[in-house]
Design a protein around this ligand. Structure first.
Ligand code: NI
Length: 167
């Protein structure tokens, strides 16, 4: 296993649309293992392959308090949604920014697991939020895109300033 570098906003590579995984093989399983290690080390509750510059449709999630319920979703699809809810979100690619985002309250998800088996299940609460957030990454979208223009501009300015300071 290996820790992978997490891309930070406004890195344009975060805007890449991920491609479907063709075969769940050892390469994908190694990617999944690395993603879990990187997510737990951060620490975070979700990570999309896009965030480590791998543009394949893979996400990992663990919203349990003890971080002992790893869930890996390959080629995830949202089959249906219900209701809407606003939750404060953060993102490992947008450090130190927490903003309220509106998303579906309950979702039905279809995805392959790490053995390539097709699973379908319902998610609510933090799990539903997290899966929707990570699936946005696979489309090249970030949670800041869902905020008002004013908030987005303020965040963009902050990160541009940080970047200038780092150069
Ligand atoms: Ni994120």
């Amino acid at each position: 296993m290996a820790l992978r570098e997490i891309l930070h906003y406004p890195d344009p590579r975060l805007r890449t649309k991920a491609k479907p995984v063709v075969a769940v093989d050892e390469v994908i399983r190694t990617l999944v293992d690395d993603m879990f290690e990187t997510m737990y080390a951060a620490p975070g509750i979700g990570l999309a392959a896009t965030q480590i510059n791998v543009h394949q449709r893979v996400i990992v999630v663990d919203v349990s308090r003890d971080q002992d319920q790893p869930l890996c979703l390959i080629n995830p699809e949202i089959v249906s949604t219900e209701g809407s809810e606003s939750t404060e979100e953060g993102c490992l690619s947008v450090p130190d920014v927490f903003e309220t985002v509106n998303r579906a309250e309950a979702i039905r998800v279809r995805a392959l697991d790490r053995n390539g088996a097709l699973k379908e299940f319902d998610a609510t609460g933090l799990m539903a939020v997290c899966i929707q957030h990570e699936m946005d990454h696979l489309e090249g979208k970030l949670f800041v895109d869902r905020l008002s223009e004013l908030k987005r501009l303020r965040i963009r300015k902050k990160f541009d300033k940080l970047q200038r300071r780092a150069v």
